[in-house]
Design a protein around this ligand. Structure first.
Ligand code: PEP
Ligand code: MG
Length: 749
């Protein structure tokens, strides 16, 4: 292999590689031709292609120079040996003395002991690992930067050829089956429920049909023009008036990259070496992604993300493949995306059958909207946007946080079986709709629903809920990119009250901060946002928005009853102050000639343990209290509700937690204050029974949970359930769940 190779050599090789695509040869034959071509063209003794058999295993699929008998026999795990290391880190490994390298694995069947120098480069396409391309030679020398670069360019073309199906058929390792095989993704639950549908990619894959430049000069013109268009579009974005400081900062970073000479120069060099403009963008993007995974610094990682995003935009400009690819959305779309904002998700609306994200978190805005839309959602499905193609069959198991992409028929059949059982159960629940949630020993539990969108309201009738126990008002603030106006809010709240047809609605005032950051409000750089400046704390410190919202609520009520509750109240004084705001606004509205509510209830959410020990005066003053179990639990156990590692560590039926809830129940009972529970746990049937058994009489939950909760409550004897819980606690059980489950099993279906 000469140390300096001219660009035209490289271009010639790439064209010869492309010509292989034009032949009638199939998978193995093509791979053999390619290793021969590369070895011959760059004058090296060995050239081998290792491809993924499965996501963890690489297989030698073709070689020029090593023993042919080893082909399809030699395998290694991801990370194993030098080849495995290249695949894992996504970066080249170059050594003059391979056998003395740490982690070297000797594979006698290949005869590679003769070769000292080793250069391996990843075959990858925009972060998707496909295999490793290796050259070896007897002479102990490190390959030059130019040689590494040349091999990377070749690997890029191989990756693009793979995407075009060039190695389909026998011999192609994982490549031949790319985007065809069933793949299981183990993520995490974003929202419970199961669905079957077809993939709809939020950002469809860009298909590069020609990775090799026919005429480098034309390609250079194309990339310059595309970068020009990109720069103008970023400048346009930056000149928008509605930008806040932080959005500006992000776009400034975009502009810096878009105008970076280094980026354009590297792509031009790739083109000079024979790549098409599109393949050049992808080559640089792959390099960025590989670097991204190596960077420990969060700020730098963010910037590399920006560059990744910019590369996607550039590719779309070059290929003309915008979001609207002309493809038709399937009837039962399951949206697959790296991440998505709440407004975009709302635009898709209820037509979605499911949502699968690579990133996201249980408390993200997208999760909040998915919950409101009642669509099953799986988060942390890593790399699914690389694997999935529009129209692929997909099963979403939101309960387990699992996704089956292109499932085997047997898997699909059993999944459908489970869904059919759930549907049957739903039918059974529907028949209970107009019946009360009365237990066998005659205790009636009021079941309310949680809501946050206008779209939720039809469920009020369908689910049989007795009212809205929690209306999360922040969604209206989150889905806009500006602060909603009072009149807009008043109109919306009024429609909510009308849709409730006289049933009570508890409006929770804006609960922002922590995970819920409004796009148009300055984010607070807090080390612990969940325990930071959020919810009522923001409302009291900067009362402008709170007052506006209260006015909107009073106007919406227009002489009808109104229930307002404040989130995250931690001490009596906060409630006194918040309530005073309500009274002041009512007085003000009245003096302006507006009708005042015919009845007013002002309540507090109990989400921090401190409030359970507030003075009696608090319980006497509050018209009602609603336990926000999601937050309360995270503070009770000091376990972040969004941290997958600790989120499920502590059981809601933990004896200490139940005993704590009893303190709240007793204090409310003493003061005669209405009490409900509106965290997610209220909608879990077993938890609901436990809460009812210890004395809660009002639960608010997702509409879909009302049926299952009611069905179970109607089968249990609360006194018996209570006795079971008390016995388990007396016996020192950490959680009462096993004992309660045993009892519930005895009451049967
Ligand atoms: C809660 O914390 O339990 C609650 C209902 O509020 P959110 O989930 O909106 O924080
Ligand atoms: Mg909360």
């Amino acid at each position: 292999m000469p140390t300096e190779r001219s660009d035209s050599d490289s271009r010639k090789l790439l064209r010869r590689l492309r010509d292989v695509l034009g032949t009638k040869a199939k998978g193995q034959e093509r791979l053999d031709q390619i290793t021969h071509l590369i070895a011959d063209s760059i004058g090296t003794e060995v050239c081998s292609i290792y491809l993924f058999r499965d996501p963890e295993t690489l297989e030698l699929c073709a070689t020029e120079g090593l023993k042919k008998a080893a082909v399809h026999k030699t395998r290694m795990k991801l990370g194993e040996g030098l080849v495995g290391r290249v695949a894992r880190i996504g970066l080249p490994v170059n050594t003059a003395d391979a056998p003395s390298e740490k982690g070297f694995r000797f594979m006698p069947e290949t005869g590679e002991e003769l070769y000292s120098a080793f250069l391996g480069v990843p075959i990858q396409r925009v972060g998707e690992k496909l295999g490793v391309l290796v050259v070896q030679s007897k002479q102990a020398r490190a390959y030059s930067e130019d040689e590494i670069y040349a091999l990377e360019v070749v690997a890029m073309v191989l990756a693009e050829m793979t995407e075009l199906g060039a190695f389909a058929g026998e011999g192609g390792g994982g490549m031949g089956r790319l985007h065809k095989q069933p793949v299981l993704f183990r993520g995490a639950t974003g929202q419970e429920g199961a669905s079957e549908g077809r993939v709809w990619l939020h950002e469809p894959r860009v298909v590069v049909t020609n990775p090799v430049a026919d005429d480098p000069l034309t390609e250079i013109d194309r990339i310059r023009e595309a970068v020009g268009v990109l720069r103008v579009s970023v400048d346009d974005l930056l000149s928008a008036e509605s930008l806040d400081k932080d959005q500006k900062a992000v776009l400034e970073a975009y502009r810096m990259f878009a105008h970076s000479r280094g980026w354009l120069r590297r792509m031009e060099e790739d083109i000079s070496s024979g790549l098409s403009a599109e393949a050049a963008v992808e080559k640089e993007q792959s390099a960025t992604r590989a670097r991204l995974s190596q960077v420990p610094d969060a700020y730098l990682r963010e910037r590399l993300h920006d560059l990744d995003d910019l590369s996607n935009r550039l590719l779309r400009i070059l290929t003309g493949q915008g979001k609207d690819t002309g493809a038709e959305m399937p009837d039962n779309p399951v949206l697959v995306a790296r991440n998505i904002g709440p407004a975009e998700l709302l635009e898709y609306g209820r037509k979605l059958k499911g949502l699968v994200l690579e990133e996201g978190s249980v408390g993200s805005h997208a999760a909040i909207v998915a919950r409101a839309l009642a669509i099953p959602m799986v988060i942390h499905a890593e790399r699914i946007t690389n694997e999935a193609l529009n129209g692929d069959p997909i099963l979403v198991d939101g309960d387990q946080g699992i996704v089956h992409l292109r499932p085997e028929e047997t898997v699909a059949r059993s999944f459908r079986g489970t869904m059919a059982m759930q549907a049957k159960a739903q039918e059974r629940y529907a028949s209970l709709r107009d019946l009360p949630a009365t237990t066998c020993d005659g205790v009636t539990i009021a079941l309310h629903m949680n809501a946050g969108l206008m779209a939720d309201l039809p469920s009020l009738v369908g689910s049989g809920a007795e009212g809205v126990g929690l209306f999360r008002t922040e969604l209206q603030f989150l889905v806009r990119n500006y602060m909603p106006r009072r009149d807009e809010l008043a109109a919306l709240y009024s429609r909510v009250i009308e849709a409730a047809k006289g049933l009570p609605v508890a409006f929770r005032t804006l609960d922002i901060g922590s995970d819920k950051v409004l796009p148009y409000m300055k984010p607070q750089d807090e080390p612990n946002p969940a325990m930071g400046w959020r919810a009522i704390r923001v409302g009291l410190d900067k009362p402008g928005v709170l007052r506006m919202q209260l006015q909107a609520l009073i106007r919406a009520a227009a002489g009808r009853p109104l229930a307002i509750m404040f989130p995250f109240v931690s001490e009596h004084g906060e409630f006194v102050e918040a309530r005073a705001h309500v009274l002041r606004e009512i007085y003000r509205e009245k003096s302006l000639g507006h009708a005042v509510p015919s009845a007013l209830e002002v309540g507090a959410m109990l989400e921090t343990p401190s409030l359970a020990y507030a003075p009696d005066a608090f319980f006497e003053m509050a018209d009602f209290i609603s336990i926000g179990g999601n937050d309360l639990k995270q503070f009770f156990f000091a376990a972040d509700r969004e941290n997958e590692r600790v989120r499920k560590r502590y059981d809601s039926l933990n004896a200490s937690f139940l005993t704590f809830l009893e303190v709240v129940i007793a204090r409310c009972a003493k003061a005669g204050t209405k009490l409900s529970f509106c965290g997610e746990d209220a909608g879990r049937p077993v938890e609901a029974v436990a809460f009812a058994a210890i004395g809660l009489r009002n639960l608010s939950m997702r509409p879909a949970s009302i049926g299952p909760v009611k069905a179970l409550l109607r089968r249990v004897d609360l006194a018996e359930a209570r006795a079971v819980i008390d016995r388990a606690r007396r016996e020192g059980a950490e959680t009462v769940r096993p004992a309660l489950m045993e009892y519930l099993a005895s009451v049967g279906e």
